[in-house]
Design a protein around this ligand. Structure first.
Ligand SMILES: NC(=O)C1=CN([C@@H]2O[C@H](COP(=O)(O)OP(=O)(O)OC[C@H]3O[C@@H](n4cnc5c(N)ncnc54)[C@H](OP(=O)(O)O)[C@@H]3O)[C@@H](O)[C@H]2O)C=CC1
Ligand SMILES: O=C1O[C@H](COP(=O)(O)O)[C@@H](O)[C@H](O)[C@H]1O
Length: 508
């Protein structure tokens, strides 16, 4: 392996070069650069002596240089000017923060090159080295982070070029790490091929497979909620839970990404990755420790324990007008909606172009034994974990509270931890910020997907996906902006879900 990789003593400080490949693309502009900017921004902190102060963020200007790399011919200034528009201006309120934007942009340099040309990667390496030597480093170590914001078809040549020309070579140590984006493969066979290809060039510990759901605040909170609270520990099992829904829905369609989406569909785009990762967090046993590998071992066991999907427990949909996009074939069978029952009592719902946008986990408890208040008529207790928008954790006490007053009436209520109300003044970081910080700071891979997790995840979707592709299972048409498909509601009710009557959670 090129470069010096010092096991166990990898530096967390020192010269840091972040290279965003595919810098001209959608993800880089909307997610990667804004996340880097947010990490760079000064953080407000209150001190008794001086009141409010701005302290250094998580990327330090004396250490870092960010390189945007893509084929598009772009002048450095032009690139920075374009980027400027994507750095969250809604949040820029103070002169200090406006200054942050321009200081951040000074750390960014655009390099134009292709993803398979030796000379272009040699030049990139030269630029990185120049940055390194311009920094007076005490220990001379060097950290190189390559963020592949590229279509997966370009990954193999990019890996090869990085491996051949751009690895860290400092004799004082440091590291080279590569962040890759989903989709990781398209099915079990392709995944194995890609994994073997990459395995020949890089160690698993150098690879950070990003799934932004693992960076969401409430997903990261799940382990703490479950394993640090005495009252959840004994309840969190099949004796008490009847069913769990993992819901993802969006109120928009393919938004300019129809070409990509039509090839992958909603199962590969959302369920196989984001929702399975959430499932792992909900269903895993207590890990031996908080060591990232112990946690990932425990996650793999969840995936290994899921039973094969039964086709009668799948409802697929496609919103009307989906095929009108010029990049989608008229007869596309690609689902934009899917409800799938996973035994052991896990359900996942996923759908696009509906009436609202939300992601949540909904755990429905079994009925109360010996129900003297007849609560069954009104619904069941539920624990809801709202991932977005309006982050919250609330317990639905469907009938479990006495109506205050002289009568012995019962009423619906909830125990509600709404983040906006409980954590006033605290900004919840974007998922990409948390994850990118892990890649260059702690280096921990707990919130990244390991190769064997992917293998398991693809394994149980593989029999279903070809049946959709060859038209054996067809999506049902639904109207945009509606609540979904009645067929899916019937399916989840057959699987045990009881719809609560007359209850709406209102954000606090
Ligand atoms: N966009 C999103 O919201 C999300 C994206 N992702 C993943 O992130 C990665 C990047 O996504 P996104 O930014 O949308 O992708 P884009 O299609 O915007 O591609 C990114 C850049 O890659 C270069 N590129 C595109 N196609 C090719 C090609 N065939 N050969 C060589 N270079 C090419 C282009 O840069 P140039 O021509 O200048 O070199 C382009 O600007 C993908 O893996 C995607 O699946 C994951 C989650 C969400
Ligand atoms: O990966 C993807 O995720 C987004 C949804 O992410 P969120 O953080 O906004 O919930 C989805 O829109 C996109 O199709 C998919 O590729």
């Amino acid at each position: 392996m090129d470069g010096v990789e010092l096991d166990g003593v990898e530096p967390v400080r020192g010269c840091l070069s972040i290279v965003v490949l595919g810098a001209s693309g959608d993800l880089a502009k909307k997610m990667t650069f804004p996340a880097l900017f947010n990490l760079y921004q000064q953080v407000p902190a209150y001190t008794v002596q001086f009141g409010w102060l701005f302290i250094q963020g998580f990327l330090h200007s004396d250490e870092v240089r960010i390189f945007g790399y893509a084929r598009t011919r772009n002048l450095d200034d032009e690139f920075r000017y374009r980027l400027h528009r994507f750095l969250d201006h809604d949040k820029v309120v103070s002169p200090a923060q406006t200054e942050d934007v321009s200081e951040f942009l000074h750390l960014v340099k655009y390099i134009s090159g292709s993803y398979d040309a030796e000379e272009d990667f040699r030049s990139l390496d030269k630029e990185i080295n120049e940055h390194k030597s311009s920094k007076v480093q005490q220990d001379g170590s060097s950290r190189r982070l390559f963020y592949l914001a590229l279509p997966p078809s370009v990954y193999p040549s990019a890996y090869k070029m990085i491996k051949l020309f751009c690895m860290n070579k400092s004799k004082y140590g440091g590291w080279t790490r590569i962040v890759i984006e989903k989709p990781f493969g398209k099915g079990f066979g392709l995944l194995e091929k890609l994994s073997n290809q990459i395995g020949e060039l890089l160690h698993e510990k150098q690879l950070y497979r990003i799934d932004n759901y693992l960076g969401k605040e409430l997903v990261q909170n799940l382990m703490v909620l479950r394993f640090a609270n005495r009252f959840f520990l004994p309840l969190w099992n099949r004796d008490n839970f009847d069913n769990i829904q993992i819901v993802f829905q969006e109120d928009f369609g393919t938004e300019g990404r129809a070409g990509y989406f039509d090839e992958f569909g909603v199962i590969r785009d959302i369920i196989q990755n984001h929702l399975l990762q959430v499932l792992c967090q909900v269903a895993m046993e207590k890990p031996v420790s908080v060591d990232p590998e112990h946690i990932r071992d425990t996650e793999v066991r969840v995936l290994q324990s899921v039973c094969p999907i039964q086709s009668e427990e799948v409802v697929l949909g496609q919103y009307e007008g989906y095929c009108e996009d010029p990049t989608v074939p008229d007869d596309s069978n690609t689902p934009t909606f899917a409800t799938i029952i996973l035994r052991t009592h896990y359900e996942k719902w996923d759908r696009k172009a509906l009436n609202s946008r939300k992601s949540e986990i909904r755990i429905q408890f079994k009925d109360v034994p010996g129900d003297i208040f007849e609560s069954k008529k009104h619904g069941r207790n539920e624990l809801a974990i709202r991932l977005q928008p309006s982050e919250a954790i609330y317990m639905k006490l469907t009938i479990g509270v006495k109506q205050p007053g002289l009568e012995m009436d019962t009423t619906q209520s909830e125990l509600d931890l709404s983040y906006k109300q409980c954590y006033q003044g605290i900004t919840i970081p974007e998922a990409y910020e948390c994850l990118i910080l892990d890649t260059y700071d702690s280096g921990h891979q707990q919130h990244f997907v390991r190769r064997d997790e992917l293998t398991e995840a693809w394994k149980f979707f593989t029999p279903l996906l070809p049946r959709i592709e060859n038209g054996e299972i067809k999506p049902i048409l639904y109207k945009r902006g509606t609540t979904g498909l009645l067929e899916a509601d019937d399916l989840v009710q057959k699987a045990g879900y009881v719809q609560t009557q007359d209850y709406v959670w209102i954000e606090q």
